[in-house]
Design a protein around this ligand. Structure first.
Ligand SMILES: *Cc1c(COP(=O)(O)O)cnc(C)c1O
Length: 496
């Protein structure tokens, strides 16, 4: 069966998977969605015997139907290799009555690696398939995690360059060090004197600048995006839910066909949407538990049916979930509107213009698969401390939001379904907040010293990712004002 992709906002034309990956976003501003969600066509007892890479092939081939077997297997084998510090790629850790699915064993120790280590290969393969002659230039604005993971993925991938803009004074010391020490002849990191929104706005403007596009084309370049709205990031994320389920069957923790719950610490709604797609493919999932921090737009949405971004943006200790516009929710809205792109476009228009929208009762009834809740800062820190005390297992702040919400869910429902919690970052990426939650004295200590303390306390070896940047030389020191970003891009590409 061939799966094609169309926009959530009305453009009727369908494109192949490889074109959807190259384009990133539809021209009408909508996101690409598969015209139909394919079914998993391998029996679970077979999946239970497969490696991560083999599972990835069985899942991804259902969605990326215009890739050949050889192309897809090449992409998978180039992505999920020694860059990950465990052969299992995404291991499960049983603690505190749940299974933590550790998605942070890749190069940048956060779950973004799961998709961004394969996206460059999918993109260059897609470019070849569609006779794109230009070199692809990935432009990314980052608030910390995505930029580094995207660079790690695209570094030295032939036919690509990547330029990352980050707020010079808006990221953590470890995050900045991770970025400015990035190796690779095709990677460029630029600090900007504005905030993340300034960077993001300027990048979007460059994507829509026809004059710049023509200048780039003449020089043999074209822009593309590694943002989480790219379908090439969503599809690889479905894999680990299938793999987690198959691992539980293999380990005898559940029986084939038995339902599980999935808890996901959520920001842009990409990760949990992948779990939802896995369920639509036929994976036995009971509830999709959506965990938010104090920026609890999604919790309010699941409760009331109204999505309202008109509120203060709260800075929390789980910064990758500090977000008020969850872009990927649009794909769920489209689905619960029964594929009515006009309705979906209307709601998104209302969000842009008035800052909110309300779904119909009919649509709301289709959200029964989801449960939403949130954790305050206090609850998040307490969860880290409690799980460490009870199970001697250290989790990061984002994962703690999910674990705390899971506790609330169990109290609310008494549901005893086996549950997988998506563990989205290594505690070493947010060492200071984790050590503070564990009651350590952090005053006057830098993040590397705290990482050593965490290692001594937990007995978990310092990840190579932290060890490497501790002494790595700074390779990037470009800083510009936000309005000068296009000039910086042209400089980098040698366009005058
Ligand atoms: C990006 C990120 C999230 C949020 O994932 P979404 O797909 O945006 O919902 C959660 N935790 C960490 C550590 C992240 O980097």
């Amino acid at each position: 069966m061939q799966v094609l992709y169309k926009s959530t906002r009305g453009k009727e034309e369908t494109v192949t998977a490889s074109m959807a990956i190259l384009k990133g976003l539809s021209e009408d501003g909508g996101l690409f969605v598969p015209t139909e969600i394919p079914k998993l066509d391998v029996p679970m007892d077979e999946l239970a015997k497969m490696s991560y890479q083999e599972t990835a092939y069985e899942v991804m081939k259902c969605f990326l139907t215009d890739f050949t077997e050889e192309e897809l297997k090449n992409c998978i084998n180039n992505a999920y290799d020694e860059k990950f510090d465990t052969k299992e790629i995404a291991p499960l850790h049983e603690a505190d009555g749940a299974y933590f699915l550790e998605l942070y064993h890749g190069a940048t120790i956060a779950f973004k690696d799961m998709a961004l280590s394969i996206l460059p290969h999918l993109m260059t393969t897609a470019a070849k398939k569609n006779q794109v002659k230009n070199e692809i230039v990935i432009l990314t604005a980052t608030s910390g995690d995505t930029g580094k993971a995207a660079m790690a993925g695209f570094a030295d991938v032939p036919g690509t360059k990547i330029i990352v803009f980050y707020p010079k004074h808006g990221v953590s010391p470890i995050q900045e060090k991770q970025m400015v020490t990035q190796k690779g002849n095709n990677t460029y990191v630029v600090g900007i004197t504005g905030n993340f929104d300034d960077a993001q706005t300027a990048v979007k403007k460059m994507f829509n600048d026809k004059e710049l596009e023509a200048e780039l084309d003449a020089a043999g370049y074209q822009f593309s995006s590694a943002n989480s709205i790219n379908i090439g990031r969503l599809v690889p994320q479905i894999v680990y839910y299938v793999y987690a389920y198959a691992s539980l069957v293999r380990q005898g923790k559940i029986k084939d066909g038995q339902e599980i719950n999935v808890v996901v610490p959520t920001g842009n709604f990409g990760n949990i949407l992948a779990a939802y797609y896995a369920k639509q493919m036929g994976l036995p999932v009971h509830k999709l538990i959506c965990a938010s921090n104090d920026n609890k737009v999604l919790y309010d949405f699941f409760r009331t049916g109204t999505y309202d971004r008109k509120r203060d943006f709260i800075l929390t200790t789980s910064p990758s979930m500090d977000i008020l516009i969850s872009s990927n929710l649009e794909r769920l809205i489209y689905r619960i509107a029964g594929g009515d792109a006009k309705k979906c476009a209307e709601l998104m228009q209302s969000l842009t213009a008035g800052g909110e929208y309300t779904i119909t009762e009919d649509m709301k009834a289709q959200l029964a698969d989801f449960y939403g809740n949130y954790c305050t800062e206090d609850e998040t820190a307490k969860t880290i401390a409690e799980i460490f005390k009870d199970s001697h297992y250290v989790i990061d702040t984002h994962t703690a939001v999910a674990a705390g919400v899971y506790d609330k869910y169990v109290k609310d429902t008494n549901d005893t379904t086996p549950t997988v919690i998506a563990s989205t970052a290594s505690p070493y990426k947010f060492t200071r907040s984790v050590m503070e939650a564990l009651g350590a004295d952090t005053d006057g200590k830098d993040d590397f010293a705290l990482a050593d303390e965490l290692s001594a306390l937990s007995g978990v070896k310092l990840p190579q990712a932290v060890e490497t940047i501790r002494t790595a030389p700074v390779l990037h020191n470009r800083v510009v004002d936000a309005p000068d970003m296009p000039k910086a891009v042209k400089d980098i590409l040698g366009i005058r």
